[in-house]
Structure formats: C-alpha cells, structure tokens
Design a protein around this ligand. Structure first.
Ligand code: FAD
Ligand code: SF4
Length: 478
C-alpha cells in the first residue's frame, strides 16, 4: 500500500506539467537547465527593469543589493555578483532556497506588480552562491588580526552562526554552544531536506569551523554548563536559542499514542536523512509510512509536516485548519505545492478530541465558520453546532506553533528580562539585553520568525558586540 502510494506520488510529480512549468518559471537553474544554467540565469536576471525604485531591496530584511547583482549576473560577471551578494547576506544560498520570497523581495518586484511575473530573485541568489561554492570562491574566514577577547554564542541556528561569522572576521575568539549534536538549529533539524538540502548547511558549518569558530555540541546550557560559568569565561555572550516549546492540544484522548509534536516528527525525519539510527522512526512512532495522517495547524511547519508525510509514503494526508484558505498563516505557495502532491485540506475545522483505545484511531472534528472581525480586524472562527465528524487517523501531528522556553528559570539567572510572552527583551538596535555584555537575537527575541531575520539580527548583534568590546578595550588601555 505504501509502495503504491509512493509510486503514485512519484508519477504525479513526474507527470505534473503545471508544477514543472511553475518551477521552470521560478528557475532552479542548476537542476533544470544543467549546462545551460548560466545562460538561463542571465536571461532571468536580465528581466529586471532596473526600475530605480527597488521595492525588492527595501522588502528584503537584509536590504540585499538585488538590482546590482541581477545586472552583474545578466552580464555574466558571476564572481562580482557573488561578492556583492555575500556582502550583505551571510548565507545567500540558504535564503535563496527558503525565504518566503512571495512575501518579501519577489512579492514587491515591480514586474510582478505589473502582471508579468516576478524576476526569480531567490533562485538567482541561490544560483550565484552555489556557483561560488563550485568554483571555490567561498573561503574560510581569515581575520586580518587576532583579538584576545572571546565571545560565547549560545545556539547554533542561523542567528548565532551569522553573528559567529562576523565576530570571527573581526578577529575575536568565538565559541558556539548547542545542545544538539549538529550545528544549524532549525536549518538542520526543523526545515525538511526537500526544501533545504542538508549538505548546504553542513558545508557552511565546516567553513566556520575551518575559519576558527569553535563548536561545543551536545552541550545544553543550563544543564551541562551554567549560564553564569559562560559569562565568567567569555567577554560577551550572545543568546540565540530559538523557540522550542510546542503549543499543545487538550481534549478527550489527547494523551493517546500516535499523537505527536511536529518538531519531534520533523527532527526524526531529518535525522534519518543524515543516516542516523532513529529508534522512534524505526518503531513507526514518528514515521508516516502506510498510515492515515492528520496534521493540525495552518502554518509553514504544518506544511512541512504534510509534505514530509507524503514523501514517507502515508496512505493519506489531511490538514485541519480552523480558518479558511485566505486566512491561513502559511505560504500560499507551500499550500499549492502540498495540494499538487496529494494533501487534502479541511478548511474551517478544529479538533475537539481524539478517539481510540491505546493508540489514536481518529480525530473528533468540529466544523467552524468565520464570525465577526476581532479588534485586529481578523475574523474569529466559531463553531457550527452539531456538525462534528470523526476523521480516521493513525498518526496525528500537532503543528500549532512554538513558544519560548523560560530561560531565566531554566538558566537560574536573575536580571535577564523577558516579555510577557517569554521572549528575551533586547534593544531593537543594539540587541543588548538587560544584562551587561549579554546580547540576544533571532526567534528567542522575535518569537517564531524567519531565517533571514535571524541572520540580520546576528549580523547587527555582532556589530554591537564589536563596539562593546572595543569600548572595553579602550577603557582598559586608559
Ligand atoms: C518546521 C519549520 C520550518 C521552517 N521553515 C522556514 C522556512 O522555510 N523559511 C524561513 O525563513 N524560516 C523557516 N522557519 C523558521 C526558521 O527556521 C527560524 O526562524 C530560524 O531558524 C530562527 O533562527 P534562530 O537562530 O533564532 O534559532 P534556531 O534555528 O531555532 O536555533 C537555535 C539553536 O539553539 C539551540 N539551543 C536552544 N536552547 C539551548 C540551550 N539551552 N543550550 C544550548 N543550545 C540551545 C538549539 O538546539 C538550536 O540549535 C521554519 C521553522 C520551523 C520550525
Ligand atoms: S534574502 Fe530572502 S528576501 Fe532577501 S533577496 Fe534573498 S530571498 Fe529575497
């Protein structure tokens, strides 16, 4: 059955002209055009009208100099395009793959707005940097001069790594601590490999290590080492720990076997793709193969779960979301991809409980409608009475979003101020927290956000840390 399902998926994916055409328009140049990739990338880049009002650039969180690197690509000057692109983005090939470009740069391209289809900015950014890697233009960091001071970075996600890169370039000694066995944060254990190939992250980790960044992995700060010890050891600290507390569901049967958290499900799948031994995957607990899968939630994490379940050979995959399609938080592009792959969406539905003896057998689903707008102007879902039904399911994945862990309590640290949502309070410009010499970036400050914002924060925090350490050095020299 699972094999049939997979065959069907492979066939559907192969035979789907609309998807293929859409991908060609998006222009994954290396994969699609192979030996003609450079010419095709140049052709796509030359569609940029150099409009002079680069909304693409102002809507990119890194303010990438998009028109100029498109022009260089169109002229075949790829090395210069790469140098320009990497000057503002620490990981351009990663953003090129996974930024929601439809909401950022591409969505604001004037060509798109005039109805002619956006210049495929993300795909070109990816192409430029993938070429740079192939050509050997991406080199480990070599600081002009070494500095004595050291910085401890807690969290090896994109925020922490972007800061580590900039700090190392400035000559500081940098140690990155992470509780996982691999560096990369959600780039390795959250985002699935079909969106972001793991080798792309692994080669960045190696580049940082080759440039002198020290990694201390399998190190859970607050358990294996105390926050206070790290503050003693380093001249500055950056907190970049992300948000990992999954929002949960109650209701009858919510403790049944087979109801799992999205982060556990995706981590197991990602570990598997590294070739790790994953007992929960082998036992079927975190494997969708041959099972009817229901995913609850309408964000990008839910989309990653449904698309992973399809690839694992699920018998069927349904996604329950309490609002309608127009009001879902996830990217419309991702929904379209999921639908093309065979995922069914049950809009305006919400779980009320679960059926089954020991293991889950179904989800009790309430039907919803959109009521009056709330204070924010968004229509609130309300239940339609007596319209429940049971959706059969052997695996239920809860993808309801993430909240921050309680760092001050977990790390036993007084004076680290947090907001009422539990995110760490940090100055908008400097990323300085309420503690002297302690900075914070990424999701742990913003709440669940995007890779590109974490990169921007990391780069800005590095500038502030450098200024802070320079100021300390001048005081010491007086
Ligand atoms: C399933 C999923 C899919 C996503 N898809 C996209 C996407 O397509 N595009 C996009 O732009 N964004 C996406 N995001 C969001 C994006 O991944 C995050 O916004 C981004 O990774 C945040 O970066 P960060 O550095 O703040 O934290 P993270 O990437 O979460 O990294 C934090 C690191 O800190 C470590 N850590 C935490 N606590 C401790 C501790 N006590 N001691 C030591 N280490 C610790 C963690 O192990 C982790 O490695 C997705 C998120 C999820 C969950
Ligand atoms: S970093 Fe993201 S938003 Fe900026 S140009 Fe690249 S793909 Fe677009």
């Amino acid at each position: 059955m699972a094999e049939q399902r997979m065959l069907k998926f492979v066939k559907v994916a192969r035979d789907m002209p609309s998807k293929r055409q859409a991908e060609e328009r998006r222009g994954d140049f290396h994969e699609i055009y192979r030996e003609f990739a450079e010419a095709k990338a140049a052709e796509q880049a030359s569609r940029c009208s150099q409009c002079g009002v680069p909304y693409c650039q102002s809507h990119c969180p890194l303010h990438n100099n998009i028109p100029d690197w498109l022009k260089l690509t169109a002229e075949g000057r790829l090395r210069e395009a790469y140098e320009l692109s990497q000057a503002t983005n620490t990981f351009p090939e990663i953003c090129g793959r996974i930024c929601p470009q439809d909401r950022l740069c591409e969505g604001n391209c004037v060509i798109e707005q005039s109805g002619h289809g956006t210049v495929t900015i993300g795909a070109i950014e990816k192409y430029i940097t993938d070429t740079a890697w192939e050509e050997g233009w991406v080199l480990p960091v070599t600081p002009l001069a070494e500095r004595e001071e050291s910085v401890g970075v807690i969290g090896a996600g994109p925020g922490g790594l972007a800061a580590a890169d900039a700090l190392r370039k400035a000559g500081f000694r940098v140690t990155v601590y992470d509780r996982h066995d691999r560096s990369g944060g959600l780039l390795v254990y959250g985002i699935p490999g079909f969106k972001l190939e793991k080798e792309v992250v692994v080669r960045r980790n190696k580049q940082l290590a080759d440039g002198g960044v020290e990694f201390v992995l399998n190190c859970d700060v607050g358990k294996d080492v105390s926050f206070a010890d790290l503050r003693q050891k380093h001249d500055a600290i950056l907190i970049a720990t992300g948000v990992y507390k999954s929002r949960d569901l109650g209701g009858p049967g919510s403790g049944l076997k087979g109801i799992v958290r999205a982060i556990d499900y995706l981590t197991a799948s990602n570990r598997k793709s590294f070739g790790d031994d994953v007992p929960e995957f082998a036992s079927g607990e975190l494997n969708a193969e041959g099972r009817r899968v229901v995913v609850i939630g309408g964000g990008d994490t839910a989309m990653d779960c449904v698309r992973t379940a399809i690839r694992q050979g699920a018998t069927s995959v349904k996604c329950l979301y309490r609002r309608d399609r127009a009001n879902m938080p996830g990217s419309q592009r991702e929904v379209a991809n999921a639908e093309e792959e065979g995922v069914e969406f049950a809009w305006l539905t919400a779980p009320k409980g679960f059926t089954g003896e020991e293991a889950v057998a179904g989800v009790r689903v309430g039907r919803m409608r959109l009521g009056a707008p709330d204070a924010s102007g968004r229509q609130s879902p309300e239940e339609i009475p007596d319209a429940d039904y049971t959706e059969p399911a052997e695996l239920v994945i809860k993808a309801l979003g993430f909240e921050p862990e309680e760092l001050p309590r977990l790390w036993d640290v007084d004076g680290l101020e947090v907001t009422r949502w539990g995110t760490v309070k940090a100055d908008f410009m400097t990323k300085q927290t309420s503690l002297e010499g302690v900075f914070a970036v990424g999701d742990i400050v913003r709440g669940a956000s995007l890779v590109v914002w974490a990169i921007r924060d990391g780069r800005e925090a590095a500038d502030s840390i450098i200024a802070h350490l320079n100021a300390q050095a001048s005081i010491a020299a007086e």
